[in-house]
Ligand binder design. Structure first.
Ligand code: SAM
Length: 495
């Protein structure tokens, strides 16, 4: 528990003179004396004036902290605060003009300045001359731009407009998609893009001031998933797993029929579509978290969007967890007993392929709620059974699965703990449950930006203790926990 916040001026003094190793903790004291989780505290107006006035005199290595604080005060939305922070614009521009290689200051200034689109004409000429990371500059330009319904890029500027270099075909695809959107939908996309970009810039600046560095945002090195140019057969290949499955409505046994399967108890039929079995009971097109955004999201997910998501939610700005680390973790921890391995929330399938390489395609069942993903998975893992359904009601019998993997997914599921219970029910004794997800940051500043992303992207982060309790109640023992940054990477074994 933090003590009652001291006055801002006192905290500012302590922060400015703090030794390096104490600086961040003193900074949090300073920030939390006037700001709490996106809201301004009573001393904030005075603090905004002070910080705006004194930012240039702050010691080397401490100015970025103040720029971030000023951005946070502006973002509270209090008009009086905004006005006070804006009064210091000439100071921020002077700092930008003399910026050298101070990454924390550069990222924090960009985050601060991105809140003042009305000053774009003053800000951008200086920003374009400054030695900024091109991704930071592109985000700043986008946040300062005014809404243009004709603008390409609506719905796809995150994590950086500079990274979206489209082919001709993608441009056409985007044009066709934009033509289907009304003014209101475009405005909503534009506003959400701005908010998500600000949250991303803030998270990056928060990491930079806390650690003194952030790596450049090179796209992840993922081997491209090659999709065979052939239509899948309509009927899925069951690989002998149908006997282990049950009706998601009544848990009755399922029988094959010409167009899919039927429940032997309640007689509900479930269709086969493009090579996958659809047990979702939902219309095609519902609940598509990735492709439900811009249609380009599908092909840009693995190289661009997913790594950005890991950076923000996992605090992975300095690459603590690489794709190779993820692959290695799966190879070392997935240990199935008898029965198939279910890849729950398989998504675009790159990590499902890793599992098929370890266990063989026939042993793996690719499972996802989104029809787009299920259709794609039939091509990405052509030897595996692909099922569309929800983790909240896994259509497999008790103890029938050899292992379950849920990689970068449980945070996207509406009822994550119900899904964990379902995993425990379906896993055979001794089978592993491997999971990559995220912890709530204990740092109140970073947590604010992590939460902004959760709201914009519709995901969650977990309290580690609560997740462990959920695993325990689902009869699983945690045998390995790997928690760099704010990742929560766990292996649990069914008791
Ligand atoms: C962020 S993606 C993860 C994909 C992949 N496993 C990875 O590591 O990148 C999350 C996936 O979970 C799926 N999903 C969301 N809710 C689900 C649910 N209730 N049941 C099954 N899948 C779900 C989404 O459709 C999406 O494909």
């Amino acid at each position: 528990m933090r003590a009652q916040p001291a006055a801002f001026s006192e905290c500012l003094e302590l922060f400015s003179h703090a030794e390096e190793e104490e600086a961040y903790s003193r900074y949090l004291d300073l920030l939390l004396s006037v700001w709490s989780d996106g809201s301004a505290l009573p001393g904030a107006p005075r603090a905004a004036e002070d910080a705006a006035e004194k930012i240039r005199q702050a010691p080397d290595g401490r100015r970025g902290h103040l720029a971030l604080l000023l951005g946070l005060l502006t973002e509270t939305g209090e008009p009086g605060l905004r006005r006070r922070v804006r009064a210091g614009l000439h100071h921020y521009l002077a700092l930008l003009d003399t910026l050298r290689d101070e990454v924390p200051l550069g990222t924090a200034l960009v985050y601060l300045l991105a809140h003042f689109p009305e000053d774009a004409d003053r800000i951008l000429p200086t920003a374009r001359k400054a030695p900024l990371d091109p991704d930071d500059l592109a985000r700043l330009e986008r946040c300062l731009a005014s809404f243009d319904p004709e603008s390409p890029g609506i719905g796809r500027s995150w994590p950086s407009p500079a990274r979206w270099v489209l082919s001709h075909a993608e441009r056409d695809q985007e044009r066709r998609w934009l033509a289907t959107l009304g003014h209101e939908a475009k405005t909503a996309f534009w506003e959400k893009d701005t908010r998500t970009l600000l949250a991303y810039m803030g998270a990056k600046a928060a990491c930079a001031v806390a650690t003194g560095r952030v790596e450049s945002e090179a796209p992840a090195e993922v081997d491209p998933v090659l999709l065979p140019d052939r239509a899948a057969a309509e009927m899925p290949q069951f690989n002998g797993h149908l006997d282990l499955m049950h009706c998601p409505a009544c848990r009755g046994r399922l029988s094959r029929r010409a167009t899919g399967v039927v429940c032997r108890d309640c007689a509900v039929g479930y269709p086969a579509r493009q090579g996958y079995l659809d047990l979702s009971g939902e219309a095609v097109g519902t609940g598509d978290q990735i492709a439900g955004n811009s249609p380009l999201y599908l092909s840009w997910y693995e190289p661009l969007l997913r790594p950005a998501f890991l950076r923000v939610n996992g605090t992975n700005w300095n690459g603590a967890v690489s794709v190779a680390d993820e692959d290695r973790y799966l190879a070392e921890h997935v240990r199935p007993v008898d029965g198939p391995l279910l890849d729950l929330g398989a998504g675009t399938g790159r990590w499902t392929q890793v599992l098929t390489r370890i266990l063989g395609g026939e042993r793996v069942v690719a499972f996802d709620l989104a029809a787009t993903m299920a259709a794609r998975l039939t091509k990405v893992v052509p030897d595996s059974l692909v099922v569309r359904g929800s983790g909240g009601g896994i259509p497999f019998a008790d103890g029938s699965l050899g292992a379950v993997n849920c990689w970068n997914t449980v945070q996207s599921i509406d009822q994550p703990f119900a899904t964990v219970r379902e995993v425990g029910r379906c896993l055979g004794k001794g089978g592993t449950f491997t999971m990559l997800t995220y912890r709530k940051s204990h740092d109140p500043l970073y947590r604010y930006f992590q939460r902004q992303h959760e709201e914009c992207l519709g995901v969650a982060a977990f309290d580690q203790k609560e997740m462990n309790e959920a695993l325990d109640s689902a009869e699983m023992d945690v045998v390995d926990e790997y928690t760099p940054g704010t990742f929560l990477i766990v292996t649990a074994v069914r008791r």
